[in-house]
Each structure stands twice: as structure tokens, then as C-alpha cells.
Ligand binder design. Structure first.
Ligand SMILES: [Zn+2]
Length: 114
């Protein structure tokens, strides 16, 4: 059983998308990801650096800031793994990615300022 690459609907064997609409959305999203991946990696690197620096110096605000940055990065560019996409369909996988980003941001605020 195959699944639609965008919405995750079950499809007959060999089919990749349930409609032209789903195929177009998926292609547009992939093109956007290709353009954004360097910004995603840059923000991620800065966030991780802040996180480590904050942990080393025991600066909670810096740790929180790093997590906030990483969370907003994931929220902006939910580049989910091909495995997740294959399992859930890209639409659901990106929603899950966004939820994960929001949780990371909330945890960052919590650690940094409470
Ligand atoms: Zn579909």
C-alpha cells in the first residue's frame, strides 16, 4: 500500500499522489525547502551555539534564548525527515514538525525566564 506524498491518503500500489493538487503542493514545498535549507542550518547552528555557551556559563537566559531560536527555526522551516514524510504524508509531517518547534520555544521560555 502506498500513500499520497502530501496528504497521506492511502493509494493503490505505485501511485505517489492522490491528485494533481497534492502533487503541486508537494513540489512547491520541496522547492521552498531547497531555498531555505541554508537559513535553517544557520539559525540552527546559532541556536545550538547559544545553548552550549549558556550551559557552560550556567546562563539560563542564554540556554532559553538558544532553545527559542531553535524552536522558531523548526516552526519556520519544518524540514521533516523523508522517513516521517513517507509514513504520514508531508502535510501531517510538517504539522508535527511545527508542533515540535512550538514546544521547543515554550520550553526555552520556561528555562530562560521562569
Ligand atoms: Zn493527496
Amino acid at each position: 500500500m502506498d500513500r499520497c506524498g502530501w496528504c497521506g491518503k492511502k493509494l493503490p500500489q505505485g501511485q505517489r499522489f492522490c491528485s494533481d493538487d497534492c502533487r503541486e503542493r508537494c513540489e512547491r514545498t520541496l522547492a521552498w525547502d531547497q531555498r531555505c535549507i541554508k537559513w535553517f542550518l544557520l539559525l540552527l547552528a546559532v541556536g545550538v551555539l547559544a545553548l552550549f555557551a549558556g550551559a557552560l556559563c550556567a546562563q539560563n537566559a542564554l540556554v532559553g534564548g538558544g532553545m527559542l531560536l531553535i524552536g522558531s527555526d523548526i516552526l519556520l522551516f519544518p524540514l521533516v525527515t523523508p522517513q516521517t514524510t513517507a509514513l504520514l504524508g508531508m502535510r501531517t509531517a510538517r504539522r508535527a514538525g511545527r508542533a515540535l518547534g512550538a514546544v521547543t520555544m515554550a520550553a526555552g521560555v520556561w528555562i530562560g525566564w521562569f
